[in-house]
Write a new protein. Structure first.
Length: 531
């Protein structure tokens, strides 16, 4: 047997036992040390039978697995997307001998269904039940230079995703393939940066906008110095859309509307394509958004950009700076206002729950309201919905991890909005929702709630498509990453992960609009309401 083959088998069995074996899930063993032990035992093994016998003896040493009546009486109809988990590998005769197959299959059929030492869920009735990892050792006594430390990191991360990520079936490549691709990079990492980049690349394989990984080494890899201007991707062209510091942008001859074609003689799209495997995101729109600090950053004081300005090409030398040097302050926004033609406008990134009643009273007699969700709202969706829907309406269907059968997810509940509160006057005008690549998670959740209103139109571009509570994954050495922890669907079962929320009219900024300071998405909404 090749070393990588043995390591992959051990990593998968170790994770399976961690979440399925009744004695292991009770926390009776130092499970990380058990991994180190079995890794040393299989190191010199060369055949399938030797491997199976060694692992079989190890499993026997963990204690007796009793027959589980509750396991056999579970209702398979409650599970959603059973394709998300596939344990057929434990019965593969080409991989294990019959004795080991029987052991693993018996453990699956008689798994732990009570409390787990390593996983819990939020107990509050109102809360989503994404998993909360617990009792994971940090191993500060080990360094990244330890092969065992690196393999533990790989197997802990891979198995957390394997059993508790609700959208594994949506990945571009299978999670098994991701493990095979990642193993050599973890095993052979020559530097700490190599190790951190291996973690990042594996996390990116989730195709989940929530799933990022960053360390000082990774930031330095991409570069800690920024050009002084913001940029966005418009029709696969990189365009300057604003400035972090007006004076420095002016000093470096950067103007809004400039199209950046090359950086240091390299095509910008080529730079992006080469970095894609290290940029998180549920879709291309999300990856473009998360590339904001990865394309033009560097560790030198300047870079050479080739730009097109007013259809004329030119090359400019642009300074790069630490972000703190910009003294950048995020602009403040008015929470709500009435625009021309009696149209209301609400910035949900600024509106707070305490403002909702006053806002709705003031905007109650408007022709229409534009709810701008190109930002991150502050938990106002239920209060607003009460003014839109006299009756309660379903807006999301949620799937949650089934801790009685790790890897499977239950269609747990449908959430409703509207129909609550002492509302005497309901809104009767049109509403329009604005979304784009800044609309993620709770913002998408908010959009789905407001979309229940019967006179609603959603305008904009694809959202970041990671809608569901986040689970943090603790890794050895005080590292951590994240993943979406529950499944969020429209009530009819339509997925939002990787797709984003439903959009009725697609509108994106254009070069001319950016140059002239127009908000073309908002302008489209106003034109609809005016007419």
């Amino acid at each position: 047997m090749e070393e990588d083959e043995k390591l992959i088998r051990v990593g998968k069995i170790w994770g399976f036992l961690k979440y399925y074996h009744p004695q292991v899930t009770k926390g009776k063993f130092n499970w990380d040390e058990e991994l180190f032990s079995i890794l040393s035992q299989i190191e010199s093994i060369s055949t399938k039978d030797e491997f199976s016998e060694t692992v079989s003896i190890w499993i026997n040493s963990l204690g007796k697995v009793k027959n589980c009546k509750e396991c056999h009486s579970s209702n398979p109809d409650i599970h959603h997307q059973n394709k998300n988990i596939n344990l057929s590998w434990i019965r593969d005769k080409n991989t294990f001998n019959q004795r080991l197959i029987d052991q693993l299959a018996f453990i699956e059929s008689n798994r732990q269904v009570g409390k787990s030492h390593y996983i819990s869920q939020n107990k509050a009735k109102w809360a989503a039940k994404n998993v909360i990892p617990q009792n994971e050792h940090q191993h500060f006594n080990l360094s990244w230079k330890s092969k065992n430390f690196r393999l533990l990191t790989l197997f802990r991360l891979w198995n957390m995703v394997e059993y508790f990520f609700p959208y594994k079936y949506q990945m571009d490549i299978s999670w098994d393939t991701a493990l095979m691709n990642a193993l050599p990079k973890f095993k052979n990492a020559a530097t700490e940066l190599d190790f951190h980049l291996a973690i990042l690349e594996l996390v990116v394989h989730l195709n989940d906008s929530h799933a990022g990984f960053s360390t000082p080494l990774i930031k330095k890899f991409f570069g800690t110095k920024f050009i002084p201007s913001k940029f966005n991707w418009v029709n696969k062209k990189v365009i300057i859309t604003g400035h972090y510091n007006d004076s420095l942008s002016l000093l470096n001859n950067l103007k809004i509307g400039d199209i950046i074609v090359k950086k240091d003689n390299r095509d910008v799209m080529e730079i992006f394509r080469d970095a894609q495997h290290l940029i998180q995101g549920s879709n291309d729109n999300a990856k473009f958004a998360y590339a904001w600090d990865k394309i033009f950053n560097g560790n030198t004081d300047s870079t050479r950009l080739e730009i097109i300005r007013d259809e004329k090409p030119m090359t400019i030398k642009v300074g790069r700076y630490e972000f703190k040097d910009f003294n950048f302050e995020r602009p403040s926004f008015e929470k709500y206002k009435i625009l021309e033609n009696n149209i209301g406008y609400v910035n949900l990134g600024a509106l707070e729950q305490k403002d909702v009643d006053e806002m709705m009273v003031e905007l109650m007699n408007t022709k229409g309201i534009v709810f701008d969700i190109r930002n991150y709202p502050k938990g106002t969706l239920y209060a607003i919905s009460n003014y839109l829907n006299p009756e309660s309406k379903p807006f999301v269907l949620i799937s949650e991890p089934d801790l009685k059968y790790p890897g499977k997810f239950k269609l747990q509940k449908t959430l409703n909005c509207g129909g609550k509160g002492k509302i005497n006057n309901y809104y009767k005008g049109e509403i329009i929702i604005l979304v784009n690549e800044r609309t993620i998670s709770h913002a998408e959740f908010t959009a789905m709630a407001l979309q229940t209103y019967n006179k609603c139109t959603t305008i904009g571009s694809q959202t970041l498509a990671a809608d569901g509570n986040v689970s943090v994954i603790p890794l050895p050495g005080d590292l951590k990453t994240r993943m979406t922890g529950i499944g969020i669907f429209y009530p009819d079962g339509t997925e939002t992960q990787r797709k984003g929320v439903r959009i009725d009219i697609e509108v994106s900024p254009t070069l001319n609009g950016i140059k002239n300071g127009h908000d073309e998405v908002l302008e489209k909404a106003l034109s609809i309401l005016q007419n």
